[in-house]
Design a protein around this ligand. Sequence first.
Ligand code: SF4
Ligand code: SF4
Length: 320
Amino acid sequence: MSKPRLALYWAASCGGCEIAVLDVEEQILAVAEFFDIVFWPCAMDFKYKDVEAMPDASIDLCLFNGAIRTSENESMARLLRRKSKLLVAFGSCAMDGCIPGLANLTTREEIVRFTYQDSPSTANAAGVRPQPRCEVPEGELEIPEFYESVRTLGQVVPTDYFMPGCPPQPPQILAVLSAVMQGAPLPPRGSVIGAGEKTCCDECGRVRKEKHLKHFYRPWEIEPKPDECLLDQGLICMGPATRSGCGALCIKANVPCRGCYGAAPNVADQGAKMISALSSVIDSQDPGEINWILDQIPDPVGTFYRFSVPVSILHRKQTV
Ligand code: SF4
Ligand code: SF4
């Protein structure tokens, strides 16, 4: 009997999601035994033409990590959508845009100009920039087009499931793969899988009290008490706005949650939810003092929207 066919692909991301797959440790052998791995460029030498030659819907499960930054990312997303029965946005970049999505706070022109002309380590007096196509003696060279905005997988192709995390935690990856391998009933299409249905605060064991915040700290400014809520101690912890599922991993290491599991269930905009949560605990009625307290947050967008700019209500910095 032929095995189910599995594909893994890496678009605009750091590669951490691929490492997280290997972090299921020896269970990867059971995964490799169960599936026929038909495409995994990070681990084995496959060519895109190998995928193009596959019949449509012949891949049973495709774990697609990474955002859509370039035309290559988009064409692979469309190709793998066509070839896959189940396409999973695997990890925060594919699901929410994540760190690559922070580029939506600037423009393609600003990124290209800094990278190829203005950065202190660049010597490019002629201002040469990469072109999507150029002629060389051997023929025409083509490189992917760099898009104006970063998009998520679900903003480009219909996506069956969404698995959050930067990266998804190995026990969650294993739980999802095991469910598929055991033939468990699949949740409705469009569901978030490999995560919880509550907030990160709900799986955090720290003691909380009524919050009255007058001062915010950067993580390096204080050594937080190990048992008390980090937000109560003045550290911005994204737990109230973030989906559960990681086991409050960072908080157990005495580090605030940065929000990598994305918006909590039924929350449309993770950053807006966190701003709303904070606005109710700032301990002042005086506008001047409120501004002084808020000024202690040096990078509000990078703090509240670190993982979710492309799926936020604004999607990107608006330029008119
Ligand atoms: S804000 Fe952070 S530290 Fe406080 S309860 Fe929520 S997850 Fe835990
Ligand atoms: S605690 Fe927050 S930032 Fe850390 S792994 Fe969990 S969701 Fe991600």
